[in-house]
Design a protein around this ligand. Structure first.
Ligand code: F2R
Ligand code: MG
Ligand code: MG
Length: 350
């Protein structure tokens, strides 16, 4: 498709929901054989099963809040988004939220709250969360703002409502940038795509807060996301790479650092057919199946990989039967069209 076409917007938002819904089955599993993944996905194709409904989790619940807020406010409004997060959690607390973020969501509901970023700053004895909860809901920022500096800025602020640690909010910046570039067609040149992400993250991780956080947390390299993206590039260059190697090099966990680069790798790895995936699968199906086979935080990795891949392949690549099984997929499709209009309205105004 052409850059920033309607099909790409719809693909991004719908495939993110699909990744969350189909990935929920395996979240937290240590090992997920590909055979089991394919059985699960084949089950979605089975017409005899009637209306199977896979419920969405916190990933989609919070993404929907971001989408609704961006659409209703025609841009980023921190008070409105904070209020929507709190309201959504209170209406539907059983969506599988992270155990830490629940405290933030309860505090955000308080009418006395003056600074909406403060509850996030108080997390984990003032260190803030490094979880992937900011990144899992970052895609809509790439679908609302046409300019990269806006995408980075608002993805960062939107994540900071719950994740004040740079290892959390920088994961959201990286995820939103990946969706932004994919929307422009940048995945047609995969080497340039990953190089661009590294260049952008060099700048993002040069910020003082980021350098401070890596000293205290996770004991990682000075620019941890850049370092992981270099590993993604090394793995991409290899013809054969095992699931075990991907997990050990990139991770499959709940930290943004151990899941956002992994999701990006899943997309890049599945641009070509793979002998362990059905020949009948297109790139989007391959990406989601592969994300699930990594185990660990499967709903979130598949959700993030789905958004990036969906922006590349477009909505035509989404299997109708999978879509019909997933709660919230139809809504995502309609909202994507509205975000498309907002994006193009903003690009004309700038
Ligand atoms: N929570 C889950 N899955 C657990 C199983 C749910 C189960 N299916 C059910 O229904 O009960 N999934 C969701 O959580 C992830 C996003 O988490 P988020 O929003 O980042 O939450 P939080 O609480 O901020 O961080 C997650 C955990 O990471 C550790 N952590 C984070 N920062 C830390 C720090 N500074 N120091 C120490 N630990 C830190 C904590 O264990 C947090 O609880 C997604 O997977 C989503 O699907
Ligand atoms: Mg979840
Ligand atoms: Mg998850």
């Amino acid at each position: 498709g052409t850059p920033a076409s309607m099909s790409r917007f719809r693909g991004a938002l719908v495939a993110a929901v699909l990744g969350d819904c189909v990935g929920g089955e395996f979240e937290g599993a240590e090992e997920v054989p590909m055979e089991t993944v394919l059985q699960h996905l084949n089950g979605l194709e089975d017409e005899t099963k009637g209306n199977c409904v896979l419920e969405y989790s916190d990933d989609t619940a919070m993404t929907r809040c971001v989408v609704q807020s961006l659409l209703n406010r025609s841009g980023y409004d921190q008070q409105d988004l904070a209020r929507r997060f709190a309201k959504e959690y209170s209406a539907s607390p059983g969506r599988g939220y992270g155990s830490g973020v629940i405290q933030v969501l309860k505090k955000l509901a308080s009418p006395q709250l003056v600074d909406v970023y403060q509850p996030a700053r108080d997390q984990f004895n003032g260190r803030g969360s490094f979880g992937n909860g900011g990144a899992m809901r970052a895609a809509p920022f790439a679908l609302a703002f046409p300019n990269l500096p806006d995408v980075k800025r608002f993805a960062c602020l939107g994540a900071m409502l719950t994740h004040s640690c740079s290892l959390g909010y920088n994961g959201a910046v990286l995820q939103a940038m990946a969706v932004h570039l994919s929307l422009q067609g940048a995945l047609c040149l995969p080497q340039q795509f990953i190089s661009r992400l590294i260049t952008e993250m060099e700048e993002v991780e040069g910020e003082e807060e980021a350098l401070r956080d890596v000293v205290f947390l996770l004991k990682e390299a000075e620019k941890p996301f850049c370092e992981r993206l270099h590993r993604v590039r090394d793995l991409m260059d290899r013809n054969k790479v095992s699931i075990e190697e991907v997990i050990s090099e990139l991770g499959n966990g709940i930290a943004a650092l151990h899941s956002v680069p992994t999701a990006i790798f899943c997309v890049l790895h599945c641009l070509q057919p793979r002998d362990y995936l059905p020949e009948s699968y297109g790139g989007l199906e391959r990406t989601i199946a592969y994300s699930l086979a990594l185990g660990g935080d499967t709903d979130t990795i598949a959700c993030m990989a789905g958004a990036i891949a969906g922006a590349h392949y477009g909505v035509e690549a989404v299997p109708q039967r999978w879509m019909r099984c997933c709660e919230g997929a139809e809504d995502a499709d309609m909202n994507a069209a509205r975000l498309h209009a907002l994006y193009h309205q903003t690009s004309q105004g700038s």
